[in-house]
Design a protein around this ligand. Sequence first.
Ligand code: PLP
Ligand code: COI
Length: 341
Amino acid sequence: MSKKDIDWANLGFGYIPTDYRFVANYKNGSWDEGAIVTDPMITMSECAGVLQYAQTCFEGLKAYTTQDGRVVMFRPDLNAERMVTSCERLEMPVFEKQKFVDAVEATVKANIDYVPPFGSGATLYVRPYMFGISPVIGVKPAEEYQFRVFVTPVGPYFKGGVRPLTIRVSDFDRAAPHGTGHVKAGLNYAMSLHAIVDAHKQGFDENMYLDPGTRTKVEETGGANFLFVTKDNKVVTPKSSSILPSITRRSLMVVAKEYLGLEVEEREIAFEEIKDFAECGLCGTAAVISPVGKIVDHGNEIAFPSGMENMGPVTQKLYDTLTGIQMGRIEAPEGWLVEIK
Ligand code: PLP
Ligand code: COI
């Protein structure tokens, strides 16, 4: 075993194929055992459910090398649970939770030489996903499915690493009321592509989506939840039935309360309130915590007091504590780290 020769410190958030991936097939009403394979290519019918009606969902988590040289995954049980919710909403067969965790673990283990070293700033991104593979032409669920896991070493999600972002309020919606915003359906991301390409063209890093029903409340971005810090250091995060229940956000609320002794609140947040917050950040597996310096609403700029140079002090503490837990520098709550042995 020897680490791959990769320039870990300069990785962006991109796809680098590794040596192994996991594949399981669902046929005649049940999943096969699944196996680790080497072939990264997939052959399927031109009429596969995923190609015609976007029947697919996915997950994202990371594996890290800790300070003392272990390789750990962060809360994979919660990804397994969320994938069950996604599958149920999309009429896909559930992949049992323990089997999900085992498959993820086996894939990381097979690719252990791609897990970036401690201190390199990179991590191993793990992408479990499922899709309808049998032919479907009338609008209905597929009969056969494939569940796969691949891994890829990644650096920061936003170009330029950790720096305050500029976000615009989107005129496009990401999720409908009572739609699929709360699950990790591929279609939610297809919906967001035009909005993100346009945002980048206009010089913004990301879109802030408002609630599609009333357009008065803060929802999330295309790939992360929001966290705000009030002027008296309370950590506040939007509550909505159409945002993805971020595992990072749920973990940060525990970190804020239990490790930093801060008051936390999950509640509806009116867009009107934003100007009164002291700090803002995006949180997610890929985003970790990315500070937001400015939100632009059709030319009207809301600049946070934390500015465009540094993370706000509370955001910084949350970032240091969460990454400290993930990298084994700070003791993790029971069950948060799963070691790959
Ligand atoms: N919101 C959206 C739309 C996402 O795609 C993600 C990424 O998974 C998140 C939030 C953050 O979720 P998590 O912290 O579980 O990665
Ligand atoms: C993740 O953070 O894992 C995601 O799935 C977000 C995606 C936009 C990369």
